[in-house]
Design a protein around this ligand. Structure first.
Ligand code: PSZ
Length: 500
């Protein structure tokens, strides 16, 4: 009875949402054909500058409870749809940042609303199990239908977790456990191992390390933070490990004009990786794993060539280190392939691929050898959330049904071409336009101008993010079409004209 009442309310609100129509937008370029996106608005609509008065009042209220230094504005998630985020002052903005790259198919997608309205799914929403000990009957089926159906090649197993940081944190532990068992030649710890680990001493807590890259971001928990090197404020005052940090290639653009220089730069970084591995082994802190993002996102959208990554994979193999690809931000389709590292054409798959954000649940795929050998070694209370697997299965259906990866490739091309054009028009402001799919970025002449552009674009109804020292990054949902690219380009070009 209760469930049918709830489902009727869901159904009614869904119908109301589907029937509401949106007013036209004055920014639409004539060159942009309107592409139908289910449940989307026609364009931005701004009532106040952002944050508006209601957002400011709420920020003050929340400020009495929490630090609100990072709060941009408050949102109205009921009214947000498709590519548009609506705030509490009724401003409707084209969202090209999508909650730090974590909305796969836009806000309030009808397929997801429908899923939530299905009474059969209520128990999955209401009862959050301790998955490691008491999984629901449909758990293996749901994992097969969701995460395993998009498993990177060579990855046969998946472990779910709650967020990106705890996925990486546990992936590092899996690499250490694998490495120690390899060193021992078996998986039975000695009495000494068991007693010393209780007091944080070797050999039970061995001096092993993870090699990471300057500019990388892998999360903020203690282990992850030791491999995060994008901003000082993330790390300040927190004790860390003495783990090796390699340089990430700094490519010169346009790529086709700097082929030789860029190849040399990548070779220099690879050489440094090998030197560090040898040095740390000599120090008694062998490198158990190498962790890298396919595109360094927080660190400024830094790219490297498929050749670089293939060689790095071989270096890992040569030195007996696990190779961990962190796809938390790049995974889920925005580069035009479901996993960004599919662009590399690896012969030997990665050992670990971690994910979160657009995948809705955190977790990591791994090869069989990286499976922890005993119960309770990789474990916590929730180990993920089955309701997120349910949503993910439907998100994947939408991606397949609507050919969203092809769409991303198409709109990504339009976006990058538009950025190239603007870069030619504003050489004093813009440089290094780059990207794969819609996972794009461009550099601004300085930090102050970058921040001013971001605020002015927001007041004109476009939400973008910064990354690195002075880049702007583009992280739209997979339903961001060429039509939306043109809306963005028109507004962006107006904003740039103000900065001439
Ligand atoms: O400031 C922050 O804490 C941010 S801003 C963007 C992120 C975090 N991204 C999260 C992230 C990531 O981009 C990569 C490549 N790896 C790991 C993480 C950590 O994921 P969460 O935030 O879910 O713990």
């Amino acid at each position: 009875m209760a469930s049918s009442l709830i489902s009727r309310q869901f159904a009614l609100s869904l119908q109301k949402r589907l029937w509401l129509s949106a007013p036209a937008c004055r920014y639409v370029s004539k060159a942009a054909p309107k592409t139908q996106v289910e449940f989307d608005y026609d364009g931005p609509s701004m009532k106040t500058s952002v944050p508006g008065p209601r957002s400011q009042a709420l920020t003050k209220q929340l400020g009495d409870i929490q630090n609100v230094g990072a709060v941009n504005f408050f949102c109205n998630y009921e009214e947000s749809r498709g590519n548009y985020l609506v705030d509490v002052d009724s401003n409707r903005m084209l969202d090209i940042y999508t909650q730090i790259s974590s909305i796969p198919i836009g806000y309030n997608h009808p397929a997801l609303l429908k899923l939530m309205a299905n009474p059969n799914n209520l128990s999955t929403l209401v009862n959050r199990p301790a998955l490691g000990i008491l999984p629901p009957e449909n758990f293996p089926d749901k994992l097969t239908e969701s995460l395993l159906s998009v498993a990177p090649s060579g990855m046969t197993r998946v472990q779910t977790m709650a967020c990106g940081s705890c996925s990486n944190e546990n992936a590092y532990k899996a690499m250490f456990i694998w490495y120690r068992n390899k060193e021992r030649g078996h998986n039975t710890p000695s009495e000494e191992d068991l007693s010393t680990c209780m007091i944080n001493q070797a050999p039970g807590c061995p001096d092993l390390s993870i090699l990471s890259f300057m500019g990388g971001f892998h999360g903020r928990t203690m282990g992850c933070l030791a491999t995060t090197h994008s901003k000082a404020i993330h790390k300040l005052d927190v004790p860390s490990f003495d783990w090796p940090i390699a340089p990430f290639p700094r490519l010169q653009y346009p790529l086709e004009e700097f082929t030789r220089e860029n190849a040399q730069e990548e070779a220099r970084c690879l050489e440094e990786v090998e030197d560090l591995i040898v040095k740390w082994r000599q120090k008694g802190k062998p490198v158990a794993g190498i962790v890298i993002e396919p595109i360094q996102a927080e660190g400024g959208d830094n790219h490297a060539s498929p050749d670089f990554f293939r060689s790095l994979r071989n270096v890992a193999c040569k030195h007996g280190c696990a190779f961990h690809v962190d796809e938390v931000q790049t995974g889920g389709g925005s580069t035009g392939k479901f996993w960004a590292h599919e662009h590399w054409g690896l012969d030997n798959p990665a050992d670990i691929v971690s994910f979160s954000k657009k995948l809705l649940t955190g977790g990591y795929y791994h090869k069989n050898e990286l499976q922890a050998d005993k119960a309770y070694r990789i474990f916590n209370t929730w180990m993920g959330d089955p309701s997120k697997n349910l949503l993910l299965a439907e998100v994947l259906n939408v991606i397949r049904r609507e050919n969203l990866l092809e769409e991303v490739t198409r709109s990504g091309k339009a976006l990058l071409n538009g950025l190239y054009e603007l870069q030619t028009q504003y050489p004093g402001i813009l440089s290094r336009a780059r990207g794969q799919g819609t996972f794009c970025a461009i550099d601004i002449c300085d930090d102050a101008t970058r921040n001013s552009i971001l605020l002015k674009a927001r007041d004109k109804g476009v939400l973008l993010g910064g990354c690195g020292d002075r880049s702007i990054r583009f992280r739209p949902a997979l339903v961001f079409k060429e039509y939306h690219v043109h809306i963005f380009l028109n507004i962006f070009s107006d904003v740039l004209a103000l900065h001439k």
